[in-house]
Design a protein around this ligand. Sequence first.
Ligand code: GLA
Length: 387
Amino acid sequence: MMEIDQLKNAFEEEFGVSDQPMQCFFAPGRVNLIGEHIDYNGGVVFPAALSLGVYGILRFRSDQVVHLKSMNTPLKVSVDLKTPILYEGKDGWGNYPKGVIKFLLDYGHSIRGCEILFSGNLPDGAGLSSSAAILVLTAYMLRYANGDHTIDCVKLARFCQKVENEFTKVNCGIMDQFAVAMGREECAILLDCQNLSYKYIPFVLGEYRLVIMNTNKKRELADSKYNQRRGECEEALELIRKHRSVDNLCQALLTDVEAYIEDSVLQRRAQHVISENHRVLLATELLAQGDLIGFGHLMTQSHLSLKNDYEVTGLELDTIVDCALESAGCIGARMTGAGFGGCAIALVKMEKIEEFKRTVYQGYNEITGLTPDFYVASIADGVKLIT
Ligand code: GLA
């Protein structure tokens, strides 16, 4: 992790020295422990914020321009606060902070010109929510630095989801922004995506650890397939609603699927959603009882359902999960996030982690030709000011 002092030096190299103070902030990435492709279906999910994430340093200027720079890419973006702010492909990652600035202004927040330097230590394109981290970080720091110190982080998460849906046109659910904004050290969040009620559950792993396995297969086509799955879920829900009144697909029963949906693809999509939602509820109960073996078993069931019924895994995620399950000390593994590449997670006995990494590396590399990376997750707080 880059030290804050180093980041401040890099800031001055980029933007020069000034008598204005710098303010530092951090927003984490996230993993989802179980409950995949459930948020936009109104069910319960179980994510946690990571100690890896994105740092941001902000310093005010005397004009009405916001300069954005990231240590992770050469691209620089500037936003004139007096002219209309539009999505532009050439601005790449900068469209996330641009969207936040536009929507903050539209909502009546006052923003002064400033310089912002971002620096992330999340692996790129790995599905650990670096985009949600940039959105939440930008919204939090601009509001905080402009004098608003009583930020409601649930509302902040919804605001950032709106920016992602409407400005960058990614039709995501609320889970990522919520986990980034509301994370708590050593806890996972049981979040009901229908009404945003939530509960922190201590993520106590005893002799086990959560290992994040990066397939290093970038999440290509993820957005189009993601939207396709959302459409299929909406179709399945409409078919069930012709017979029964339900608020969302998670409230339907497996017997409804059998009775009211004929198309086998839609059947399988709905089966995943309904069964996954049950798994989340059961998994959180088992975790609270300290039954990690049971929890791990449900993680694996979740992966199989995402593979066979929801079809969002692919060779790399399936291989890494298979290799993990065959390795010593592993009691459960699954993909995490949207799928189609990115990361998987595994529960592994602490003393076996080195052996586990070696075996998975070898097996995965042999089949896919790719080299995986591993991180032992530590579960951290949501977005915050760093003093
Ligand atoms: C992505 C989306 C989330 C969620 C997951 C799948 O991370 O941004 O809203 O739908 O995929 O669970």
